[in-house]
Structure formats: C-alpha cells, structure tokens
Design a protein around this ligand. Structure first.
Ligand code: MN
Length: 205
C-alpha cells in the first residue's frame, strides 16, 4: 500500500489573506509530495511495513529497521504532519474552540488566550525548522515543540493541532516575521476538526 498525497480540501487561495495561494500550492504540491514520494521510496521492499497506516508506522517507529528509520521519521513525519495541517485549517475559520475541547483547554492552560500564548512561545522558540503542537498525553493537553518533522506520535502523544514553522510555510508572505504568521494563522484554525481529533484522542481512538 503506497502512501499518497491527500487532496487539499479547499482551493489554494482559500486561506487568504492569512496564508497566500502560492505558499499553499508549493507547500502542498511540492513539499508534502516530496515527503510522500520519499516515504514510499524508503518503504519499497519492506512488505511487513507496507500495510501500516502512517500513524501506526510512527507510533511503532522502534520496530522500523535501522537502515530506513531516519527516512521514515523525516518523510513519514512530514506526511503525517502535513496531512493533519491541511485539515485543521479551513476557509472562513478561526474564532475560539467550544465544548469539551474548550473545557479541557481551560483546565490545562487557564484560558484560550493562555493556550495561544504558549503556542506562540513554542513556535517562536523553535530554533530553525519544526512545529509547535497541542497534544493529548493520555490524561491532559500539553503544548510542545519538536524540530524538523519529528512527530509527537513517536512519543505516544496524540497531536490535535499543530502549526508548521518551517520557513517554507510562511516565507513568501511573511519573510522573517514568524510571529506575524503565527498570529494570522489562528484565523485559519478549523476548530470543528480539532475538536474531533481531541475527542478521538481522549477516547483512545
Ligand atoms: Mn511544511
């Protein structure tokens, strides 16, 4: 079962003005595609790994042979991270979370503004390329940052929201102003999708 590039659930320009169309096109059709292609290359001939979903591969990263493990971490992580990223954003989205997710955010961070501050701190604190993540650790929500394409799934954490802070995610529009990109990015967050991810994570699905 070869992994495949998911279809973007909206047009390249759908997240404007927050994320520009050219960035979305290059990011999804070239960067994400390269992760998928290189993951498939790494898994070529590994019949026993071929049937695992990308999430399962990352959760069980220790069982991936040494010779291809780093390629799976980089490219499998890249595939999983971006597949999540496209769906936790949507046109006309943003605003605030509600329901059980909002309650859990209040419990973990105090309020939504405190979560936003913590995500920003981690997004800006990530030196070089990486991601800031909101994860479910099995008993509570946490904000973490990870370099490169390292997936929280490898540590048993379930990502429910993540912001890509690789320069390829924002450089065309925001150049060196990562903070401005992160501030604008909140306007794209698809809380319905994040709430569903949170509910599944909490239920252990
Ligand atoms: Mn990216």
């Amino acid at each position: 079962m070869a992994h495949s590039l998911p279809t973007l659930p909206y047009a390249f320009n759908a997240l404007e003005p927050h994320i520009d169309a050219l960035t979305m096109e290059i990011h999804s059709q070239r960067h994400h595609k390269a992760y998928v292609d290189n993951l498939n290359k790494a898994l070529d001939g590994q019949a026993d790994l071929g049937s695992k979903s990308i999430e399962q591969l990352l959760r069980e990263i220790k069982s991936v042979p040494d010779s291809i493990r780093q390629a799976v971490i980089n490219n499998g992580g890249g595939h999983a991270n971006h597949s999540l990223f496209w769906t936790i954003m949507a046109p006309g989205a943003g605003g605030k979370p509600s329901g059980p997710l909002a309650d859990e955010i209040t419990k973990a961070f105090g309020d939504f503004a405190a979560l936003q501050a913590k995500i920003k701190e981690n997004a800006l604190g990530q030196f070089g390329s990486g991601w800031a993540w909101l994860v479910w650790d099995g008993s509570k929500l946490q904000v973490v940052r990870r370099p490169n394409q390292d997936s929280p799934l490898m540590e048993g954490l379930v990502p429910v929201l993540g912001v890509d802070v690789w320069e390829h995610a924002y450089y065309l529009k925001y150049q060196n102003k990562r903070a401005d990109y992160v501030d604008a990015w909140w306007n794209t967050v698809n809380w319905a999708n994040v709430a569903e991810r949170f509910a599944n994570a909490k239920a252990g699905k």
